[in-house]
Write a new protein. Structure first.
Length: 559
């Protein structure tokens, strides 16, 4: 591309970008929209008013000119008829001299040199009667047959018609032709036509229209400037409100709007500041209440550890000697031991959730292979799944790399998801899938149990929530497992999503960025399964059983 072509291409690109920039400015700027709308409506109003005024002026100017030429034409026709009536010319030369004198009188009285007269058709032939004459500007069909017919049929009246008269420059000017009839002694009736040029009136109208256009343009510029100033005066407080609202939403609760005067804008500022004060006070109360609640849960959990330790020691002693007790007493000791374990787990979960509420969680990250981690979790839950009649399967298609995570918390997520699947899996197989892509690693747990409705799915991560309140927890859950799992996933910068459908089971999918601060994360595993209508997992033959130690390399495992 030459140096001469570069500026042209740049200008062409700028013009192509102009509509898009104007559209973006229209969407984003209230001030721009207000000025453009005001300018458009003002232009329409000025155009309509100007059109009406121009039409009225043109009509009035033409009518005044027409009345004037009709009066002059009438006076000229009367003067001409007086001359003709007073004459006693009887030969051709005298008649020609008489007609010449009459035309001169008509020109003098009417003020027009465009004169034409014709002998009226149907008159008795008179050899001495002059045939007539026509001015050059009235030639070439200016006098129409329609006008001549009206004049011929209405003796003693005058008629007019708008025409275009030729001028000296070779062009045409607007004008009118007025026709009437004359009675010439010894020669019969004649038609008289007088042409009047309205070029001066046309110039006057054009000048007035030009002045109107200039005035309209100046008025539009003035209106635009006034609108811009008024809009800026009104928009600036709105911009201040928007900026203050953004700062308030971002957590700067001490920001306030400046309030001046006693007008509506000052009332708006005062109302906004009052709302901000109320919001700040309310948020402070809620924050203090939240801190008190967190401290209460943490303190109660810590305080309960001492009596729980004593109960644990006493319970362990009794549990070790349960065979020496009678049947009912032995069963009571076993129940005491089981509930003590559950109580201890509940306290641990309460302490953990209180740490998340207080924001005091710190991750201990290290490179971890999620396939191995999932295999270890499946191995630890294998016996529990077998007791409930569920088969645990691990599907790992391949391409897995280590992720920078806290293995203890990720293992806890997997165990919580497996425990939930075993609890609600109705003894059917449970499939654990692990896959990865360039940005993230996903782990999903699919069961083929009863499933949940959309309303139940929305509350799946609520604390101490159960889909069926009448159903007892049969594997010792505390009701905080999924809530803690969600907090663990968010702490890693990931997500924990759930899909469920009544009769088709449930899928929980954990997605974790492979590296911290990943911009865009695309889950490598779908959330909604392909076999929604199926009541069980793929046939066993499709999922090959391999040794537990080879799970990471072979990709598929049965437990």
């Amino acid at each position: 591309m030459s140096a001469a072509e570069a500026p042209a291409r740049f200008m062409a690109g700028s013009w192509r970008e102009l509509p898009r920039r104007l559209a973006a400015l229209w969407r984003r700027s209230l001030q721009f929209r207000t000025v453009i709308i005001t300018l458009a409506l003002s232009s329409l109003a000025i155009f309509v008013i100007g059109l009406y005024i121009s039409f009225s002026i043109a009509s009035n100017l033409f009518q005044s000119q027409l009345d004037d030429v009709l009066d002059r034409s009438n006076d000229a026709t009367g003067a001409a008829q007086s001359i003709l009536s007073a004459s006693n010319a009887a030969d051709r030369a005298a008649l020609q001299s008489l007609m010449a004198s009459t035309v001169a009188t008509v020109q003098s009285v009417s003020g027009s040199n465009a004169i034409a007269y014709f002998r009226a058709p149907g008159e008795q032939a008179v050899t001495i009667a002059p045939p007539g004459q026509i001015a050059p500007s009235l030639g070439d069909g200016v006098i129409t047959p329609e006008l001549r017919e009206r004049v011929q049929q209405n003796e003693g009246e005058q008629f007019w018609q708008s025409v275009s008269l030729a001028n000296r420059d070779g062009g045409t000017d607007p004008g009118v032709v007025v026709g009437s009839s004359l009675e010439v002694p010894a020669a019969g009736r004649y038609e008289l036509y007088i042409g009047y040029n309205f070029a001066d009136a046309q110039e006057t109208l054009a000048f007035m229209q030009l002045i109107g256009l200039v005035g309209a343009a100046a008025l539009l510029v003035l209106l635009s400037a006034i609108t811009l100033l008024v809009v800026r005066w009104v928009i600036e407080p709105i911009r201040t409100v928007a900026a203050t609202s953004r700062r308030l939403a971002s957590g700067d609760l001490g920001v306030r709007m400046p309030s001046k005067g006693e007008d509506e804008l000052a009332t708006l500022a005062a109302s906004f500041n009052g709302m901000a004060d109320s919001l700040q006070a309310r948020i402070r109360e809620l924050a203090e209440l939240s801190v008190m609640q967190q401290r209460f849960v943490s303190d109660v959990s810590h305080e309960l550890r001492t009596p729980l330790t004593t109960i644990r020691l006493a319970g362990d002693v009794l549990y070790g000697q349960r065979d020496d007790f009678s049947g009912p007493t032995s069963r009571t000791v076993e129940l005491l031991h089981t509930q003590t374990d559950r109580f201890e787990t509940l306290l641990a979960d309460l302490l953990e959730i209180s740490r998340y509420d207080a924001g005091s969680i710190e991750l201990t990250k290290e490179p971890t292979n999620l396939v191995h981690l999932a295999g270890d979790a499946i191995e630890s839950m294998h016996e529990l799944a077998r007791e409930r009649g569920s088969e645990l399967r691990l599907v790992a298609p391949g391409g897995h790399l280590d992720a920078d995570v806290d293995p203890r918390r990720i293992r806890r997520i997997v165990r919580n998801l497996l425990g939930n699947a075993i609890e609600h899996g109705e003894g059917r197989p449970i499939v654990v899938a692990v896959d990865s892509n360039e940005s993230a690693i996903s782990l999903s747990v699919r069961d083929y149990g009863l499933g949940m409705t959309e309303e139940q799915t929305a509350r799946a991560f609520d604390r101490f929530w159960r889909g069926d309140p009448s159903r007892m927890r049969t594997i010792g859950g505390t009701g905080l497992g999924l809530a803690i799992s969600l907090e663990d996933a968010v702490a890693h910068g990931g997500t924990l999503d759930v899909w469920s459908k009544p009769g088709a089971g449930t899928v929980f999918r954990l997605t974790i960025p492979r590296t911290s601060g990943a911009a865009a994360v695309v889950p490598p595993l779908p959330l909604e399964p392909d076999d929604i209508e199926a009541t069980g997992p793929p046939p066993t033959g499709v999922v090959e059983a391999v040794d537990l130690a080879d799970a990471a390399t072979e990709g598929v495992r049965d437990a």
